[in-house]
Design a protein around this ligand. Structure first.
Ligand code: ARG
Length: 589
């Protein structure tokens, strides 16, 4: 469906032309004075300069043309030369009926040129517990992926596991200290390794921090871990078998965690999957003359003319020949290009890694890993802070584990729900889970991703204000009215959305009509916060309408049926939106 703003702009442009002015002056925006009008056009101000006459004269001429146009209920020129516009309630109702008839997409067409977009998000590290830093990547990445899918793009999410590097050597070293008799450590063992892992997930999670702590104090221990890492990376069988176990145990735990967050990935690739691509990639970079030895290390220069700050060379191999985080990211680009030919790769990563990604992107382009037809996008997110304005920590000052954060919110939610009314324990817990997730996700997504924000449990879990629970509460309210209506009667077959009877009804209808334009912008700008802003306005408009209107008590059968249809449409818009944000609404709360 054509966007409402485009329709109106088209009409105003035609009126500009009919009045003897260039049509381009007829561009329309949403009104910034909703108390005066719904849409506005300021083009007469600019046109006045070109045509050397008073802006009001132009606006007035155009207004008199528009007054004959049945789309508008009001077209008015105001001094010095603004055009204030309001839609005809009839026209607006017709637009909404069309949205309704479109079914599940509410008039938001799929893109005509679907793109393949690889989205790198999540980025958890194997054997280390998920922490709040990984939360933002998961929440934002999942939402952008869902928005893109809704718009008809081929979105491929890759979790990009951190499963390579010193942490693996540390785990192996610690395991060897604790259980030296394990067959994995027998150097000349040639047989099969056991299928069962020699540890559980909780052991594994305890082993890593223990090893990491020791390596900071004990130089020999650290050496051993580095040696183990080297041997693992160079194919030592026993260690590779251990890596397999570590991955299995970790990944199933990660999957469970992400599932609880309503987050899922198309690809479970890791840094280790990029390793086979490194030798040929490095060789080519050398042959093509891009990579050279500097202070023992192999590097590629990536500074460019016009840089305002120093962009250091991209390091490809350390002096001992070991690969780095960079090398892995570059080699990952190699398989992504080979296997997917993406039009774009988006990285949803902490914004503190921005310089790093500038280096990687430049290096990938310069060395020809990526051609000009593929876009590389860094979507850096800000830090989630605690109430003290510092990065979110546990009460003891440690890194907050994601699981605890989530269960903390759910506990808080459960308290609120059971304070409100008596609920069955099981149902209450289930509802708390769903609403708690909305609190976390909405609290995050309603901010522009690049900004830092304060994680405020009190505010996020509130049923009032710009929060997830408020949005869900609104949906639940609509569901309950619809149920009440259905219990009393059936919708008459001629029922349809009628022209608004009141201002609050019209305001609600106007909000609904913005759906397609909003979704398109949210994808173009990779901005889930635009979806949040839309549903917040929509929920407010609905609640205002609800407080001013007797719905179940309405006497006129057709008017009431029209309200019910309007409620259904509001509900659908809200539900589609929370769907792309990555949460859902309960039946009751
Ligand atoms: N594992 C990394 C971390 O915890 C994030 C990975 C981001 N993605 C990437 N392609 N480098 O910081």
């Amino acid at each position: 469906m054509e966007k409402m703003l485009d329709i109106i702009s088209r009409e105003v442009m035609a009126a500009m032309e009919a009045s003897g002015y260039d049509g381009t002056y007829g561009k329309v925006t949403l009104s910034n004075r909703p108390d005066l009008c719904e849409y506005q056009c300021n083009g007469a101000m600019a046109a006045a300069k070109a045509y050397k006459c008073a802006p009001f004269q132009i606006a007035d001429k155009v207004a008199s043309v528009l007054q004959k146009n049945s789309i508008f209920a009001k077209a008015e020129a105001v001094k010095p030369g603004f055009l204030n516009l309001s839609l005809s309630p009839d026209y607006l109702a017709g637009y909404l009926r069309q949205m309704e008839a479109d079914g599940e997409r509410l008039g938001c067409g799929k893109t005509g040129s679907p793109k393949t977009v690889l989205i790198d998000y999540g980025g958890p590290n194997v054997a280390k517990p998920l922490h709040v830093g990984h939360l933002r990547s998961a929440i934002i990445g999942e939402s952008i992926k869902r928005i893109g899918k809704f718009m008809g793009h081929n979105m491929v999410g890759d979790v990009h596991l951190g499963d390579w590097g010193l942490q693996m050597g540390l785990i192996i070293t610690e395991l060897k200290e604790r259980k030296p008799g394990l067959v994995y450590f027998e150097e000349n063992y040639g047989g099969e390794y056991p299928k069962e892992p020699p540890f559980t997930i909780s052991e594994l999670e305890e082993i890593y921090p223990a090893a990491s702590g020791k390596s900071k104090e004990d130089e020999a221990y650290k050496e051993a871990a580095m040696e183990a890492t080297y041997e693992l990376q160079h194919g030592r069988r026993g260690y590779q078998a251990l890596l397999g176990h570590i991955l299995d145990v970790s990944v199933s735990d990660l999957k469970r965690n992400y599932e609880n967050l309503n987050v899922s990935f198309e690809l479970w690739k890791g840094e280790s999957d990029a390793q086979p691509y490194i030798p040929a990639m490095v060789e080519k970079m050398k042959q093509d003359g891009f990579a050279y030895i500097s202070e023992g290390a192999l590097v590629v220069d990536v500074k460019e003319e016009g840089d305002t700050k120093e962009i250091p060379p991209c390091m490809i191999l350390k002096s001992d020949g070991a690969s780095l985080y960079n090398t892995t990211d570059l080699a990952t680009i190699v398989w992504r290009m080979e296997d997917y030919h993406p039009d774009e790769i988006i990285y949803v990563v902490d914004k503190r890694q921005e310089l790093y990604f500038t280096q990687v992107f430049r290096c990938a382009r310069k060395t020809g890993l990526v051609g000009p037809e593929t876009k590389l996008t860094f979507l850096g997110f800000g830090t989630m802070n605690g109430k003290d304005g510092k990065p979110f920590k546990t009460r003891e000052g440690g890194v907050m584990r994601l699981e605890y954060l989530v269960s903390g919110i759910q506990e808080e939610m459960y308290k609120k729900i059971s304070d409100n009314h008596t609920v069955d324990e099981e149902e209450g817990r289930e509802t708390a889970k769903v609403v708690g997730l909305s609190a976390i996700k909405y609290g995050d997504l309603s901010n522009q991703a690049s900004k830092d924000y304060m994680f405020d449990i009190e505010r996020f879990t509130s049923f009032e204000g710009n929060t997830g629970p408020y949005i869900l509460y609104t949906i639940v309210r609509i569901k309950s009215i619809l149920k009440k209506y259905q219990a009393q009667r059936e919708l008459p077959p001629q029922a349809e959305i009628l022209p608004a009877h009141t201002d609050s009804e019209k305001a609600l209808m106007l909000e609904i009509s913005k759906f397609n334009g909003m979704m398109e912008t949210a994808f173009e700008e990779k901005a889930p916060h635009k979806v949040c802003a839309y549903i917040y306005d929509l929920a407010n408009a609905f609640n205002h309408f609800y407080h001013e209107t007797k719905i179940i008590g309405e006497q006129d059968e057709m008017v009431q049926a029209g309200y019910i249809k309007l409620l259904g449409l509001t509900k659908k818009a809200l539900e589609l939106c929370i769907g792309v944000l990555g949460f859902e609404a309960p039946e009751r709360m």
